[in-house]
Structure formats: structure tokens, C-alpha cells
Design a protein around this ligand. Structure first.
Ligand code: BGC
Length: 750
């Protein structure tokens, strides 16, 4: 850029900056003027979020008692709310929130599945599409993304997250927030905090956690979401170190506001304030209102406690007027910054029409997402792709169940639009001149009572007439998501029986797993020829899966979570701390089980394609560095097979000697590379040394000088490494700690 254009760019930036601040000033003035006209009741209405209900009191929208609403998913339902609002005195626009988790009219595969694409742009695009489809129909706020890190697939909500890795989860948090916002939605990173670490994998359970761990592992995805523009944060249901998150001043004020510099709106989760009585905080709604609001929750989702008790709390001085004004101002600012006034006047007929149509762009994206998330786990005999198999038996009711394809959050997707695995595979087979015989067998085959042995025997007999058997087993939509914790991740007994019967035919069996989390395959893996995870395919994902099965595309998905061998191994993640007695086969007195191996079935980052690749040992552009430097890690990736393939190179780091024990590996970067057969490419992944540190007890973040090892490879188990010496370290307060996957400049802008 020449000096003149630099000057112009600078002037432009100033102009844009001053336009931005002029707008902010105008919003401030508007809020000041409005606050003067608001009664106490009006203010309390602004901190109330009322849910759709069988008997919804529309007059409370008119009176201003309900200043925000949720779950009026259809344009028609929301139009009734708008009619009531039009009669209100102050006409303050309403926040209208809904769980838009992985699509709306067009449903994508769920977030954990999307994470397996390791493709940030694709995740962003899917969130944007979900946003567009929702905002066109009147929703202006999504309760997403869920950025809870987790290491325990017993927890059903892993399906809504991004898996176990801090770096990947932070990257995806940013991508999803940006996507939803581009699609016109206000965003809510949730659930603050540590909800993914409930004891025993049980939903809503208590969490005990040290703060350095919280800051190192759990907060970064929230910080990334906030840096990307998440204007709201939802507090969690769980107790954290003994204090329920909803009433936890330390979490919501000291950590979220002070240390994370969050300036937006904190909403409670559904009925969470009410449920504080069950936590044993107090039986009195007034006490719970005071505790929650003073802890830092600005908005009461569906408990109606603020509505009913705030007048008394204010009258008795237990909540200050200043605190109420602060929360109201935050809510108003959010509404005006998001220009919600204009949206309240949208044409309901146009909104309904927008909702009625399926968007072709959504279809293309959802098919691509299907391709990129069909996760090939096991294929030792190269049975996949299907190649010239002419007669295919497709077995299992889950292959033809639209509702199960939708997973736990169907939003406004329609059953009749779902392209099932059965349809997609049959259509694709027809193009290859192959036929598909579909047999429902025992349906979803979940419960022994639904399973007739004669049906299984008959199914196997018919399947034996084919060249290859595709068996679809796994979870139904009800077995995944909220309130769907599982104590045993094994395939159900009837599913195992079915797979064994199919394997006994001697025909090759390919297992297609549906569901929202890793499941145990130990008692079937030796009998089948291939295993692929197909998740909940959503509206069109199955089309992409069929293309992968037939070899139009080589699979490229990678595990965003460690895949266990046994439920008893859980929680299990690759980034664990070392122990003084590392597991060893030859030594009983080491860190392992006596009845199950200590390694996972498949590690984080695992996933196969239809070709083979090699990744060279990593090379660094420097062997010493300071905390201010960036180190470039380079590997040569070679496609050693006969098909084109996408490889995902992962870089891990271990801080070998430190004042605290440090995780054995932590991913610090990754890159995808497309390779033609025989092709070699150099891939360089920059790593900021500042991101190699950790938090200490007082909350500050340190990078300690000393020895590090930098690993590169195709999974978290890679052994290829090179030494890095950090010559000088750093120590910064928590708000200055680097955010994984967020460039320092972007973090500063927030
Ligand atoms: C969930 C939230 C969700 C809310 C509203 C709660 O039960 O925990 O994630 O946003 O319901 O549907």
C-alpha cells in the first residue's frame, strides 16, 4: 500500500470509528431518555424472559411485564406476541430467544459431529445458515453455541459441544459465534461454567474443580466466544465448588466480568433460579432472587422470580436500584445495538413464507457437512469404499427413521424433508448400477423386549444374499442431548446380537453408527469389516455420507473426542497430566486398570481416509524462542496411496519441566491439506509461544522458560517430536492471557 492509500485507509478507519462511537453515543442517549420514562415494573420486565406456554399471558407483553420472550419458534406464534407488544406503552423491542443449535428449517449434523470436520469455515457457514433461517422468521437470539468443554461422553450433551480439546473448542466457538451473528442472531455462549464436568457424567450434577484447571481448560472457549462477539452468556445449572453457578458471585462477577472483561448480558438457564431451592440455597423465592441478581445474573429465564420478587427486594434494599439499572441498561444496549426495533415491524406474512421454504444454499451446505463429518474409524481390509458391490443389504430401522436423523434438537425441520440414509444410499447405489435391499430388522433394536430372535435370524438369512451388508445401529434421538446421560456406552444387546448374526453370514459387514457421542464397539469390532460414525445426519447429511461410502469423496473427519474401550475408563482425554508411575504393561504398580487397557480404542484426532499418508517429523524455524515469539512448525505430508485425500496435521506441545505438572500433550494448532495420489506438501503451522503457558493459583497466566517438546502427526498419540527451548517467559493478569485460536489483535478489539 502506498503512503497515500495508507492515509486514506487511516482516515476511513477514523471515520468508521467515529461513526461507530457516534452510534454508541446515540444509543447511550436513547437509553438515558428511556430509563427516565420507565417505571420500576418496566425495568423488571426488561430482566424477565418469559417462555411460550400453554396459557401464555399476552397482556403481560402489552403491560411490559414480559420484556423478552422465548421459544415462539414459528412466525405465526411470534406474530401474536408482536400484536400484544404493539399495544405497549414504551414499545421496547423484545429479545426473542430460541435454541437454534445446529440448524432450523435445514438441519445439519449436530455440533460435535460438525466439530469432527475440523473445518472452521464450514462450521461458520452452517451457523450462518441456521441464523438466516431463524432471523428471517422472527427469532433474534439463539441460546448457542454451547462451548462447554467435556471429557466424558456419558454426558448426553456432548452432542451439543465441540469435544474435549481446548484449542479446537476455542476455534469452533469463534467460528460458530461469527456464523450465528452473520446470520442475524444475538448469541449466547453457554453454560457458564464447567457444566460439562458434572460428576459421573450425569446431567445437572455438581462440579468440583481447581481454578487453574478452570482457567486453562474451561474458560478459553468462552473467552473465544466473547472475543468473536457473543453478546450474552448463559449461566449453568450445576453447582461449582459448592455454590450453584446461577448464584455464584465469584464465577459471574469476579471471573466473568472482572477477569474475562465480559460487558454483555448474563441470562440464567431455564428455571434455574427456581431450582436453587433444590440446591438448598433457600426455600424463599425472595432470597433466591436476591442471591442470583446480586451474583451477576441479569435476566431470569422462565423462573419469573425477578418479576414476582424484585419489587420487594428493591423496597427492602436487598437489591440496589443501581444494580437493577445496570442490568436494564445492558439489556437495552443489546437490543438497540442489534437494531431489534426494526425487526419488530417485520411483515409476519413474509416471515411465515420465509419459514415455509427450504433454502437451496442450506441443502448444499448440509450435504457438504455430511461428506466432511462421515467419520471412518476402522477399515482394515479396505472394504470401504463400496466399489463394485452390486447387491447391498441395508439393515436396521435407524437407516429409515427421519425423526432419529434429526437428533435431539429438531428446531423447525420437517420429517418429510429428511433424506434418510436409506434413501440417500439407495439413490447413490442406483447411479452405480447397484441395488439396495432394506430390512428394518428389529427397528432401532434398543430393547431386548422389542427384539424377536426369529426376526434377526430371518434378516441375516436375507442379508446373506447380498455382496455387502451395511448395518445401521447406535443411538436414537432420545438417547442423546440434554437429560440423556448414559451409565453404559455399549451398543444395546439386540444391536450386538443383530451385528453378530449378520457377521455370521460370512458377508462383509460395514457398521454405520448413528448417535451423538462415542459408543463402545469392543464386542463387535472383530466381526465387522469397517466402522463409520454417521452421527444424526439431519436433513441432507446422509447424501454426503452416501457419497463417502461409494468413494466419490474420501472421508476426512477426525475425532474431536477420545473414543473409549470401556465406560469405566471415563472420563478420558488425551490432554491428561502425567503421573509418577506411567502405565506400563510390565509393571503392575503403574497407572492403569487391571481389567481393561489404559489406551483408548481410538485417540483424539483419529480418522481414516481412503488413501494412506505419512507425516514427517516436525521441523521448527527456530530451536529457541521467547514468550513473545511465534514458532513455525513444518512437516512434509505425503499421500502414499492411490486416491486423493485430505489429511489433518495436528501439532501438540508438552511443557516438559514446569512448576506445575503439565498435560502430556496439548494441541496448539492444526491444518488440513488436500493431496493427490503420490503428492507431497509442506505444511507450516505457526504456534504462538504465549499460548504455551498456564494459569497459577492467583489467576495470573505464566509462560515459564525451559524445555518443551513439539509433536506433529495425525492423532494425539503421535510420537514424532522436536525440542524447543523457551529462553524467557512471561506473567500476565488473566484478562491478558492469550486466547487459543484468537489473534491478539482480535482479542483486543472486543
Ligand atoms: C438448557 C439450555 C437451553 C434452555 C432453553 C435448558 O434446559 O440447559 O441449554 O438453552 O433449556 O431451552
Amino acid at each position: 500500500m502506498g503512503s497515500r492509500s495508507v492515509g486514506i485507509a487511516f482516515a476511513l478507519a477514523l471515520a468508521v470509528g467515529s461513526a461507530g462511537s457516534a452510534r454508541a453515543d446515540a444509543i447511550d442517549r436513547r437509553i438515558d431518555a428511556l430509563m427516565k420514562r420507565m417505571t420500576l415494573a418496566d425495568k423488571i420486565g426488561q430482566v424477565t424472559l418469559a417462555s411460550i406456554a400453554e396459557v401464555f399471558e399476552y397482556d403481560k407483553v402489552t403491560s411490559g411485564a414480559y420484556g423478552n420472550v422465548m421459544n415462539f419458534g414459528t412466525a405465526k406464534e411470534f406474530a401474536k406476541v408482536v400484536e400484544a407488544w404493539k399495544k405497549s406503552r414504551l414499545k421496547i423491542p423484545l429479545l426473542h430467544g430460541t435454541d437454534i443449535i445446529y440448524g432450523n428449517r435445514t438441519l445439519f449434523v449436530p455440533p460435535l459431529a460438525q466439530a469432527s470436520s475440523f473445518d472452521l469455515a464450514l462450521n461458520r457457514a452452517a451457523a450462518e445458515q441456521a441464523g438466516l433461517e431463524s432471523s428471517a422468521a422472527g427469532t433474534n437470539w439463539t441460546f448457542a453455541p454451547m462451548v462447554d468443554l467435556n471429557r466424558d461422553p456419558r454426558w448426553g450433551r456432548v452432542v451439543e459441544g465441540a469435544g474435549e480439546d481446548v484449542h479446537l473448542a476455542s476455534c469452533l466457538a469463534g467460528a460458530r459465534v461469527a456464523g450465528f451473528r452473520a446470520g442475524g442472531l444475538i448469541v449466547s455462549a453457554k453454560h457458564f461454567v464447567a457444566y460439562g464436568f458434572g460428576e459421573g457424567g450425569r446431567d445437572y450434577d455438581a462440579v468440583e474443580m481447581g481454578e487453574p484447571f478452570l482457567r486453562d481448560h474451561v474458560l478459553p472457549p468462552f473467552r473465544a466466544a466473547i472475543a468473536a462477539g457473543s453478546q450474552t452468556v448463559m449461566s449453568a445449572f450445576n453447582a461449582f465448588n459448592g455454590v450453584p453457578a446461577t448464584a455464584n458471585h465469584h464465577l459471574l462477577t469476579d471471573i466473568l466480568r472482572r477477569d474475562m472483561r465480559f460487558t454483555g448480558v448474563v441470562t440464567s438457564d431455564w428455571g434455574a433460579i427456581d431450582q436453587l431451592a433444590n440446591h438448598g440455597l433457600s426455600p424463599a423465592p425472595l432470597d433466591l432472587t436476591v442471591a442470583t441478581f446480586n451474583a451477576g445474573v441479569d435476566l431470569d429465564m422462565a423462573s419469573y422470580f425477578f418479576l414476582r420478587n424484585m419489587p420487594q427486594a428493591i423496597a427492602e434494599g436487598r437489591v440496589s436500584k443501581a444494580r437493577l439499572d445496570e442490568a436494564v441498561r445492558r439489556v437495552l444496549r443489546l437490543k438497540f445495538e442489534a437494531k431489534l426495533d426494526e425487526r419488530m415491524h417485520a411483515d409476519p406474512t413474509a416471515q411465515a413464507a420465509a419459514q415455509a421454504k427450504l433454502d437451496p444454499r442450506g441443502r448444499d451446505l448440509a450435504v457438504e457437512m455430511g461428506r466432511r463429518t462421515t467419520l471412518l474409524l476402522h477399515n482394515p481390509k479396505d472394504r470401504l469404499p463400496l466399489g463394485d458391490m452390486k447387491r447391498i443389504a441395508l439393515i436396521g430401522g435407524l437407516a429409515d427413521s427421519p425423526r432419529d436423523h434429526m437428533g435431539p434438537h429438531p428446531a423447525l425441520s420437517q420429517m418429510e424433508d429428511i433424506v434418510t440414509l436409506r434413501k440417500a444410499i439407495t439413490d447413490r447405489a442406483a447411479k452405480a448400477g447397484a441395488s439396495v435391499d432394506y430390512l428394518e430388522a428389529c427397528g432401532a433394536c434398543r430393547f431386548p423386549a422389542d427384539t424377536d430372535d426369529a426376526v434377526i435370524a430371518e434378516t441375516a438369512k436375507k442379508a446373506a444374499e447380498s455382496d455387502v451388508i451395511l448395518a445401521v445401529v447406535g443411538e436414537t434421538y432420545e438417547e442423546s442431548g440434554e437429560a440423556a446421560a448414559r451409565a453404559d456406552l455399549a451398543l444395546s444387546a439386540p444391536q450386538v446380537k443383530l451385528v453378530h448374526a449378520l457377521a455370521a453370514t460370512g458377508k462383509p459387514v460395514v457398521l454405520l453408527l448413528t448417535g451423538g457421542r462415542p459408543m463402545l464397539v469392543e464386542n463387535v469390532i472383530d466381526r465387522v469389516d469397517a466402522i463409520a460414525m454417521v452421527w444424526f445426519p439431519g436433513t441432507y447429511g446422509a447424501i454426503g455420507t452416501a457419497e463417502v461410502l461409494f468413494g466419490d469423496v474420501s472421508p476426512s473427519a477426525r475425532l474431536p473426542m477420545t473414543w473409549p474401550r470401556s465406560t469405566g475408563q471415563l472420563p478420558l482425554s488425551y490432554d491428561r497430566l502425567p503421573t509418577g508411575r506411567p502405565a506400563s504393561a510390565d509393571d503392575k504398580w503403574t497407572n492403569k486398570y487391571i481389567d481393561v487397557g489404559w489406551t483408548p480404542r481410538w485417540p483424539f484426532g483419529h480418522g481414516l481416509g481412503y488413501s494412506t499418508t505419512t507425516v514427517s517429523a516436525p521441523r521448527l524455524d527456530r530451536s529457541t524462542a521467547t514468550a513473545a515469539d511465534t514458532v513455525k512448525v513444518t512437516v512434509t505430508v505425503t499421500n502414499t496411496g492411490e486416491r486423493a485425500m485430505r489429511e489433518t496435521v495436528q501439532v501438540y506441545v508438552h511443557d516438559v519441566i514446569a512448576s506445575r505438572s503439565r498435560p502430556q500433550r496439548q494441541m496448539k494448532g492444526f491444518a488440513q491439506v488436500d493431496l493427490a495420489p503420490g503428492e507431497s506438501r509442506e505444511v507450516t503451522i505457526p504456534i504462538r509461544v504465549a499460548t504455551l503457558g498456564f494459569h497459577v493459583d492467583d489467576g495470573s497466566y505464566v509462560v515459564e522458560p525451559g524445555a518443551f517438546r513439539v509433536f506433529a502427526g495425525k492423532t494425539a498419540e503421535t510420537e514424532a517430536a522436536v525440542a524447543l527451548e523457551v529462553t524467557s517467559g512471561s506473567k500476565v493478569p488473566p484478562w491478558e492471557a492469550p486466547i487459543p485460536c484468537v489473534e491478539p489483535k482480535a482479542a483486543a478489539k472486543r
